[in-house]
Each structure stands twice: as structure tokens, then as C-alpha cells.
Design a protein around this ligand. Structure first.
Ligand SMILES: C=CC1=C(C)c2cc3[nH]c(cc4nc(cc5[nH]c(cc1n2)c(C)c5CCC(=O)O)C(CCC(=O)O)=C4C)c(C)c3C=C
Ligand code: FES
Ligand SMILES: [Fe+2]
Length: 424
């Protein structure tokens, strides 16, 4: 049987499990939350960089971002950061205006947290109630504000849950360093912390990505689906960061490998694919190939010709069939929700440019609030709670404890030791 015939819509619900949909529906309509006897909530703190929710926040978002030494160390940073931010603001403001006036990252993160905690209350009644908090690095709610909320709620147990599935010291590392700096100063009171620092190969995450890729492939005519090129696109990283031993590039590749394995195991699907990199900023060397260059390259190579054996007894000659690698699915593989990189760069720039180059480009939807994804988040936190609360449970992964071999940032070491001691 040809692959193209095997991608039928009946396979899509198989990945988005009925159990998940039912559990979500139950969580949505449930009238009675588990009795918690006035217990303080188990806090699930969703860490991300954030984005400006309105155009008036663009400048402060960029100022905070360029002031972050863990992300971009600059000479005379306190002077240079506001200057770069001011120069960049009009261009970036225009991009946010073009996607509707702001980043949807806060709205999605709050909704993901709310739905995840509803599921968690059912999965783990012994640690209920679970309450989601959002701690952004560069936009509101900033870490200090979130820690004040934890303190006001009397939280005693908290999980720092990174919303970047793949670990980079410039993203998750920066958020953990900030959390350590503020929580260590007692801004949240006395709390027992543990950390979900990476989840690049989590089964539920892989299922959620696979579902969304299927959905995008279904937009191509059945006979072309198995040939569409999957271009997994991740935010790039400066080579200086890659070269100090940052694990992000390796971890993004493991997500891609796991998704391709899942596609093959579910339906024997073996689409051609590449991992490419987007959103580089400034003149220094960044991880490549750039997503836009890959699109241009595919367009340049054009349709390929393939020989297919003609079975007819009369005509033993091969028939030339043009199959072409002009069908492309762009898959944002390192973000858990939409924001400027997907809605502006992928949708408004690359999909448009790809079409002008003669390619048929589809974009796999972002994870956002897909039921499979919400279930994955809840399962992950549930597994984490079980393992940390078991006798001898550890608050951090062994992988988190290994600093980049080229790291010279002392805060990284202090931060890891602090979390490994459950934040005391
Ligand atoms: C996995 C995700 C991300 C990595 C890794 C990452 C590294 C990284 N980013 C910059 C500089 C900028 N990033 C900007 C925006 C931005 N970056 C990410 C994600 C990752 N960044 C997201 C999700 C966003 C958009 C936020 C939103 O809209 O919701 C920006 C601001 C936009 C711009 O000025 O172009 C900058 C600058 C560096 C230097 C870096 C690695 C060191
Ligand atoms: S930069 Fe990676 S551990 Fe410090
Ligand atoms: Fe970025």
C-alpha cells in the first residue's frame, strides 16, 4: 500500500486519544473541585521569556531582553541595552502590529496552565489543589511579581516548569538564574522547589507535534503527501553559545528524531525532512541553515524527476514521473505557542516568500491549547510530582546539574546547587 493512501483522517483521532478529550471535557465542566481543606496550592510556575501583550510594552520588553547578561552579554550593558532597544522598537512594534497588536504568549500560557491544573487535580488528588503561575523573563508578569503571588497564597511547594521543551542556557537557564536570584532573596518566602528543566522527548509532546504535522499534511492532495518536505524550524542560537557546549541544538534534534520515529511507527511515514533555524539577530555567526535559505534552496533545486518501472508487458521502458520537492510543511518545533516568530516570521514572511518562489508551503499549527498537548503537560508534571515526592526523589535532573563545559557564568553553578538542595 502506498504511504499517501495510508494518511487517512481516521489516524488523527488515534493520536489525540479519546481519553484525553474526555478528561479535558470533564475538567472543563466539573462542578466540584477535590476537597483541599484549606491547603495551600501546589504551585506550577510556567517559565518563559514572554512577549509584549500590547504595542506600548514593546520597548520595555526589548530593554529587558537586551539587559539580560545570560542571553546577550554586552559591554556597558546598562547603557547599551536601552539604546539598542530604542533603535529596534519601531521595527518590532510594526511586526507586533501586523500580528494583531501584541504577542498572544501570555493568553496561551495562562490557558495552558489553567487546563493543565484542572487535569492535574484529577490525576494527582494527593497534591491538589494545583495552581498555575506564569513567570516571564522580559514581560509581565515578571518573576518578582509572580513570587509575590506565591507568597500571598502561602505556597509551600512549587515546581518550576520550563515552557521551552529543549534546554538552552540562554532561555531556560536564564529563567532559572532569575528565579534563583529572586527566590533566594526570600521574595517568595520559604518554598520547596523542584524543576522540570527539559522535556524534548516526552511522549505526549511528540504525539502532539505528530498530530499537528498530520493535520498539515492532510492539506496536500493524497498522492503528494508522502513526498512533502518537513522543515522543522527552531529559533537559532549564536555559535558562541553552541560552542560553549549549550545542549539546545542537540535537544531540538532529539525532538525532531522522536517525531519522525513516531510518524513512521504510526503510519510508516517517512517524509524527507530537515532541521533548520530561524530568527537570528545581529551580525554574529548563528546556527544554520537558515529556514529562509532552505526554502530558497528547495525552490532552486525545483521538481525532481523520478523513474518508475512500467509494468506493462508491451512497453518495458521506464516512465519518467515528475514528483517534485515543492511541497513543504514548516513545523515550529521549539515553541509551545504562537508568537511573533510563528505568526510574523513563518506566516507573513516565509510562507508568503515560499509561495512567490513557487513552493506549496503549509505551516503546522503551534501546540497552543491542543488537547494532546495539555494532557502531555499534565502527565509530565504528574510524573515529576510522583518521582520527586517518592523516597529519595531528586528535585532536579542529572542533566541539569552539568554546566556547559565552556561556562564562565558563576550564577549557573550557584543556581544549580540551590535548586538541587530544594531551594534552601
Ligand atoms: C527556543 C526559543 C528561543 C531561543 C533559543 C532564543 C534565543 C535567543 N533569542 C535572542 C534574541 C531575541 N529573541 C527575540 C524574540 C523571541 N525569541 C524567542 C525564543 C527564543 N530565543 C521568542 C519566542 C521570541 C518572541 C517573543 C514573542 O513575541 O512572544 C527578540 C525580540 C524580537 C527581535 O528584536 O527580533 C530578540 C532580540 C538571542 C540573542 C538568543 C540567544 C542567545
Ligand atoms: S552557560 Fe551553560 S551552564 Fe552556564
Ligand atoms: Fe529569541
Amino acid at each position: 500500500m502506498r504511504h499517501s493512501l495510508r494518511i487517512a483522517s481516521r489516524h488523527v483521532p488515534r493520536l489525540a486519544s479519546k481519553q484525553t478529550t474526555r478528561a479535558l471535557a470533564t475538567a472543563e465542566t466539573r462542578l466540584h473541585r477535590p476537597s483541599t481543606d484549606g491547603k495551600p496550592p501546589t504551585a506550577v510556575v510556567l517559565l518563559n521569556m514572554g512577549g509584549p501583550s500590547t504595542l506600548s510594552e514593546v520597548n520595555s520588553f526589548l530593554t529587558n531582553l537586551f539587559s539580560d547578561k545570560d542571553l546577550i552579554p554586552l559591554p556597558f550593558q546598562s547603557l547599551l541595552a536601552p539604546w539598542i532597544a530604542r533603535r529596534r522598537t519601531p521595527k518590532i512594534e510594526q511586526q507586533y502590529a501586523d500580528i494583531g497588536g501584541g504577542s498572544p504568549i501570555l493568553r496561551y500560557t495562562q490557558e495552558q496552565g489553567r487546563l493543565m491544573c484542572q487535569l492535574l487535580d484529577e490525576l494527582s488528588p494527593e497534591t491538589a489543589p494545583h495552581k498555575p503561575y506564569v513567570a516571564f523573563r522580559y514581560a509581565n508578569p515578571l518573576t518578582s511579581q509572580t513570587l509575590a503571588e506565591l507568597k500571598a497564597d502561602g505556597v509551600k511547594r512549587a515546581i518550576a516548569f520550563t515552557q521551552y521543551p529543549q534546554y538552552s542556557c540562554s532561555t531556560t537557564g536564564s529563567s532559572l538564574n532569575e528565579l534563583y536570584r529572586k527566590a533566594n532573596r526570600g521574595e517568595a518566602g520559604k518554598i520547596k522547589w523542584s524543576v522540570i528543566d527539559r522535556w524534548a522527548m516526552h511522549d505526549g509532546l511528540v504525539d502532539a507535534f505528530t498530530n499537528l504535522i498530520y493535520k498539515a499534511l492532510l492539506k496536500f492532495p493524497v498522492e503528494r503527501r508522502s513526498k512533502a518536505v518537513l522543515l522543522f524550524s527552531a529559533h537559532s542560537l549564536p555559535m558562541s553559545v553552541v560552542n560553549r557546549g549549550d545542549p539546545y541544538v542537540m535537544e531540538v534534534a532529539t525532538t525532531v528524531g522522536s517525531v519522525m520515529k513516531r510518524l513512521a511507527s504510526v503510519d510508516g511515514f517517512q517524509n524527507p525532512y530537515r532541521l533548520v533555524w530561524q530568527s537570528q539577530v545581529g551580525p554574529s555567526a548563528w546556527m544554520g541553515q537558515q529556514t529562509i535559505e532552505a526554502l530558497k534552496g528547495l525552490a532552486r533545486l525545483g521538481p525532481i524527476e523520478e523513474k518508475r518501472a512500467e509494468k506493462s508487458a508491451k512497453n518495458k521502458l521506464s516512465e519518467l514521473v515528475s514528483v517534485g520537492y515543492t511541497d513543504v510543511v514548516l513545523v515550529p518545533i521549539a515553541f509551545t505557542s504562537d508568537h511573533i516568530e510563528t505568526l510574523y516570521e513563518l506566516d507573513l514572511e516565509y510562507v508568503k516568500e515560499g509561495k512567490e518562489l513557487g513552493l506549496n508551503v503549509q505551516r503546522a499549527e503551534s501546540l497552543n491549547v491542543s488537547p494532546t498537548f495539555i494532557r502531555a503537560m499534565a502527565d509530565l508534571v504528574h510524573e515529576h510530582l510522583k518521582s520527586t515526592e517518592a523516597e529519595g526523589g531528586q528535585p532536579v535532573s542529572t542533566q541539569m546539574m552539568l554546566r556547559c563545559p565552556g561556562c564562565t557564568n558563576e550564577t549557573c553553578g550557584e543556581q544549580k546547587r540551590w535548586f538541587a538542595g530544594w531551594g534552601s
